[in-house]
Design a protein around this ligand. Structure first.
Ligand code: NAD
Length: 260
């Protein structure tokens, strides 16, 4: 399948799952708008490597997804003003604390980046998708969009929220040529999870490898991490013609996490 001449904007694509999705979409032929934080030289290298490997065009937006005006400008400026054909709302952060101890400022930041940012990007991107009669919106939710875990109130609330937002978008956009779906990964070993892994290993007095096994066993039936490449392949599938009637759906890729 070719996504040639489609423009894909992937938020939070300088690292982890977003980077895996951006690379997979580029490999399928899509031009890419990268977004996310990181050193300028590293981002420039990423753009050059992606362009050379797949013969696609790339752009970069430094928009902070917690800032609605920056999100709207990023979408409006993508592709010299044409806006994206494929929007992947992936940027996300985590904060781990009990509700009584949860800093209000962290709650606001998690909701702003993991939930409201997706709303603002969708609101800005949908009109041009409607005019073209084709679009793909992919929201990166989580197993935590379907079930809860202690100490993750803001994250679980945001991820449940983004699945609700995806369902509404799927209904509103039905028959417009635009689909909206959510991908719900289980554990993926990215910097976001590595930070939690190190904290847990220190707290439990375990080696990192032992803590990895414990972390997986606690939540998933499968004792292995999903990879950014696998999430990328699912995103490419959701952009395909074969997926044209899949909409409003949360798609689990979680080693059996929510099957239990
Ligand atoms: P990561 O920390 O590796 O990457 C996060 C990306 O988001 C980075 O590019 C970062 O620069 C960007 N980002 C963070 N705040 C931003 C902001 N304010 N504005 C713009 N960009 C910002 O994390 P990851 O694990 O790849 O997570 C990506 C998404 O996948 C998140 O939505 C996360 O909740 C979700 N997810 C991750 C896992 C997992 O196990 N890693 C599981 C389920 C869902």
């Amino acid at each position: 399948m070719s996504l040639k001449h489609k423009l894909a904007l992937v938020t939070g694509s300088t690292s982890g799952i977003g980077l895996g999705i951006a690379k997979a979409l580029a490999a399928a032929g899509a031009d890419i708008v990268f977004n996310g934080f990181g050193p300028v030289e590293q981002i420039e290298r990423l753009r050059r490597e992606t362009e050379a490997a797949h013969g696609v065009r790339t752009e970069y937006s430094a928009a902070d997804i917690s800032k609605p005006a920056e999100v709207a400008a990023m979408v409006a400026e993508a592709g010299g003003g044409q806006g994206p054909d494929i929007l992947v709302n992936n940027a996300g952060i985590q904060h781990v604390a009990a509700i009584e101890d949860f800093p209000a400022e962290r709650w606001d930041a998690v909701i702003a980046i993991n939930l409201s940012g997706a709303f603002h990007a969708m609101q800005a991107a949908i009109p041009a998708m409607r005019r073209r009669g084709w679009g793909r919106i992919i929201n990166i939710a989580s197993a935590h969009g379907l079930v809860g875990s202690a100490q993750k109130s803001a994250y679980v609330a945001a991820k449940h929220g983004i699945i609700g937002l995806t369902k509404v978008a799927g209904l509103e956009l039905a028959n417009s040529g635009i689909t909206a779906n959510a991908i719900c990964p289980g554990w993926v070993l990215t910097p976001l999870v590595e930070a939690q892994l190190r904290d847990r290993a220190a707290r439990n007095g375990r080696e990192l490898e032992a803590e990895k096994r414990a972390m997986l066993a606690e939540k998933q039936a499968m004792a292995e991490f999903s990879t950014p490449e696998q999430i990328g392949a699912l995103a490419v599938f959701l952009c395909s013609e074969a997926a044209r009637t899949i909409t409003g759906a949360p798609m689990s890729i979680d080693g059996g996490w929510v099957a239990q």
